[in-house]
Design a protein around this ligand. Structure first.
Ligand SMILES: NC(=O)c1ccc[n+]([C@@H]2O[C@H](COP(=O)([O-])OP(=O)(O)OC[C@H]3O[C@@H](n4cnc5c(N)ncnc54)[C@H](O)[C@@H]3O)[C@@H](O)[C@H]2O)c1
Length: 267
């Protein structure tokens, strides 16, 4: 990564960037020169993210309040984006919800619909709204655009978790979409990868390490690297995928979990 500002002139749209990983990724991309579209349903969170970034970085930021599970709101957001900017080089499908702790067959239908609508359809809505424009971005070589999906260990073969039933299924689906989109968009020089975090201290876990420890204990999991993750570490992996060093990587799911998924039922 020789060019310190490798995202200069490029726009990053990050869903769910009013807190947690989304906010850290927005800060990390701005640090490399990216202009930003920060999306969330939480406008106050977005304003906090914007103010944090503008303290240290001179970049353009569009606040886009939209519910990504609603295709009309995503279309309206896309229109707003191209009124202000001429590209979206990076789409990070980060917004997600867990839906609570239930075995999948005990979840209520509303939970199923809501979790799938945000975690799966939300990412699909955004990719669908943007891929044509991305294909036309021939000014960027050798890669015209990149999509990064924030999945979860809970969606991987070793990490599938009965306590997070519908959530696990939604993230497994997002990993499947990552591979499908990599196949569909590779010929247009667009890369698509996923990041699957293990356990990280963010608002999704109410910023409560005890809650995370309890969840790990219920499954008898001991982390080989016995630390709860810092959201900045996920932003670092996203930065790597966004960088020229990752231009030839596509269709992959990068697990960042301190060894959680290799240790389940083994330690
Ligand atoms: N924290 C972890 O340990 C962990 C582990 C694995 C995966 N993840 C995933 O990381 C992603 C980010 O989560 P986080 O931990 O930063 O939690 P978070 O709750 O801080 O961030 C999620 C953000 O998404 C927003 N959001 C929710 N529904 C939305 C919608 N319909 N439209 C637009 N925005 C919406 C929320 O308002 C919130 O700001 C999620 O997809 C989550 O599933 C988190």
């Amino acid at each position: 990564m020789t060019n310190n500002k490798f995202l200069e002139g490029k726009v990053a749209l990050i869903t769910g960037s009013g807190s947690g990983f989304g906010r850290e990724m927005a800060i990390a991309f701005a640090d490399k020169g990216a202009d930003l579209v920060i999306n969330d349903i939480n406008i106050n969170g977005l304003k906090e993210t914007r103010d944090l970034i503008l303290k240290d970085h001179n970049v353009e930021i569009l606040l886009a309040k939209a519910d990504i599970s609603n295709s009309e709101e995503v279309k309206a957001m896309t229109k707003q984006v191209f009124e202000k900017f001429d590209n979206v080089f990076l789409l990070v499908n980060n917004a997600g919800i867990d839906g609570g702790l239930y075995a999948s067959l005990k979840a209520k239908e509303e939970i199923y619909d809501k979790v799938m609508a945000v975690n799966v359809k939300g990412a699909w809505n955004c990719a669908k709204a943007l891929f044509r424009k991305m294909k036309g971005q021939r000014q960027f070589k050798p890669v015209r655009a990149k999509i990064i999906n924030i999945a979860s260990c809970a969606g991987t073969q070793n990490g599938i978790n009965p306590l997070l039933g519908i959530y696990s299924a939604s993230k497994a689906t997002l990993i499947a979409f990552t591979k499908l989109w990599a196949l569909e968009l590779g010929p247009s020089d667009i890369t698509v990868n996923a990041i699957s975090p293990g356990v990280f201290l963010t608002p999704i876990y109410k910023n409560d390490p005890k809650l995370i420890r309890q969840l790990l204990d219920t499954r008898g999991v001991k982390l080989p690297i016995d630390k709860i993750g810092d959201a900045k570490w996920v932003a670092d992996v996203a930065l790597f995928l966004a960088s020229p060093a990752a231009d030839y990587i596509t269709g992959q799911n990068m697990i960042i979990d301190g060894g959680l998924t290799i240790s389940i039922n083994k330690l």
